[in-house]
Design a protein around this ligand. Sequence first.
Ligand code: GLY
Length: 378
Amino acid sequence: MSVQPNERWVEEAWGKVIAKIDQTSRTIGAGFPHVSKEGKYDCTEPNGWTSGFWPGLLWLVYRDTNNEELKRLAEECESKMDVCIDEYTKLHHDVGFMWSLTSVANYKLTGSDESKLRALKVAAWLASRFNIRGNYIRAWNDSNWKSENGNAGWAIIDCMMNLSLLFWASEEIRDPRFKHIAMEHANTVLREFVREDGSVYHIVQFDPETGERVGALGGQGFAPESAWARGAAWALYGLALCYKYTQDDKYLQGSKKVAHFFLANLPEDLVPYWDFRLTTQEGAPRDSSAAAIAASGLLLLEELLPAEEGRLYGTSARRILRSMAEQYAIWDASDEAILPHGTGHWPANKNIDVGLIYGDYYFVEALAKLRGQTELFW
Ligand code: GLY
């Protein structure tokens, strides 16, 4: 990645991040924020898919500032999550989000053996969700998304960001079993989720007994054949990570294809509407979290590609991030969130045009990358 330390807006934004997290860490503490409405983050249970993002954000800032209080809070969040590891029926495919940004981050930064063990246990759990007939990691549990015939056959695009926990585990224990599972799932995604134009499905449904594809569902997107913006961002970043871990070119090509679709469909301020294929954009909410995730993924693409080719992705990421830093971000205390205008789940009429903790996380992760930090927790 070409680091340009003289880009003043990056340094200014980073300084504001440090000040903001110093402030919000006093009110959020060792909680599990998910959605910010009317200026205040909620406090969710530790078993939700978003519980890793706040401690992950604390680690990102701690890594730069050595502020011991942020480390203490991140470790407290990680300990509070221990209870979830034994809650078999409540755990889900999103354990990669949860424990990469807590235990893997802690292990990478401090060498904690306890954290390493936690992350390995959870990787084993994630691997156990692999359906060997359909070659996919099962999404959710029956108790999450209600479906007449159960959802044991559902796989979702978001899961791409969970695969790095499996790649990491394989490298740690020097055993490729987990990596094989991650690659099989990613191969299924390339085959069944990524469309010819680079847009992606959110949910693909398989017969869990035979493994045959049954169809696609709209999920958090507008419709089965629409193009959920955050889904594209998950695919872009997740496939780039698959390439980073495996050096298998097909993942790189897949990530680039999705990136081109994403970039070609952005509005003027480079923050996408929540779905790229709406019947009308008039009055439609944006999803700043999709922009932040994609920007961080684009910076990884830049790092992985030869300089000449990588520039397109890096320049695009910088433009998106600058737009958000200057036109979107809330730097004062009027909101605990950094990035407003995120859309969680439009079809369920939930969390629309709000601050989302994962938007904040990826925004800060991407800024850290722009300052030369290339070590990932993923
Ligand atoms: N993983 C769920 C979402 O992106 O909203």
